[in-house]
Design a protein around this ligand. Structure first.
Ligand SMILES: [Zn+2]
Length: 190
């Protein structure tokens, strides 16, 4: 079973929080560029400092309300805002918005996990329904470190870290933890 991005649906609620923080900071600093590239560059730097808050998007189940910045506990709120201001300064000093050869903001951890999940499901001859793949991906992502990027360089890092044995061991451990409690069926050979 080779998983593709369209085979499941997950969402990191931290992305909503980061969007709100970026919006707030940019509305206060009129000297900063507020183009979509700069927003994404700030956002990726915030997200890499926060824990994942992924949830599966499951058919028939309501999508959780976005986490509102002002409803975060004080500690988390402060961390988000500090990271946001730091990222804003970095992006203002070194804007990358003229670079047109850039992929959209993405979390390279998801690609690593997707490849590892594909391998586990194939090796164990397991079949998961779409919603359960979403549940598995969301739960395992929450045990892994974020690695958001807006460059292709991040994907080179992905390949390097794929070879790191300790990192990979953690990826597999998160997958097996997430598989517990899921209704897995042995794949029927046809
Ligand atoms: Zn810009």
């Amino acid at each position: 079973m080779r998983l593709r991005p369209e085979d499941y649906a997950i969402h990191n609620a931290m992305e909503d929080v980061a969007d709100q923080a970026v919006q707030q900071v940019l509305s206060e600093d009129r000297t900063a560029c507020d183009c979509s590239h700069c927003r994404d560059d700030i956002k990726s730097q915030i997200l890499n400092k926060m824990h994942h808050a992924y949830h599966p998007v499951v058919s028939g189940e309501p999508i959780p309300d976005p986490i509102m910045l002002e409803h975060l506990d004080t500690d988390t709120f402060n961390r988000v805002m500090v990271e946001c201001y730091k990222a804003l300064i970095r992006v203002k000093e070194n804007p990358r918005h003229d670079n047109t050869d850039r992929p959209p903001l993405h979390n390279t951890t998801e690609g690593i996990l997707r490849a590892a999940v594909s391998e586990v499901l194939s090796n164990q001859k397991l079949h998961l329904e779409r919603d359960d793949v979403s549940r598995l991906m969301a739960k395992a992502m929450n045990g892994l470190k974020p690695s958001y990027t807006t460059t292709y360089k991040g994907d080179a890092f992905t390949r390097a870290s794929e070879m790191d044995a300790a990192y990979l061991a953690n990826v597999y451990s998160q997958i097996f933890k997430a598989l517990e409690g899921l209704p897995v069926n042995e794949r029927k050979t046809s």
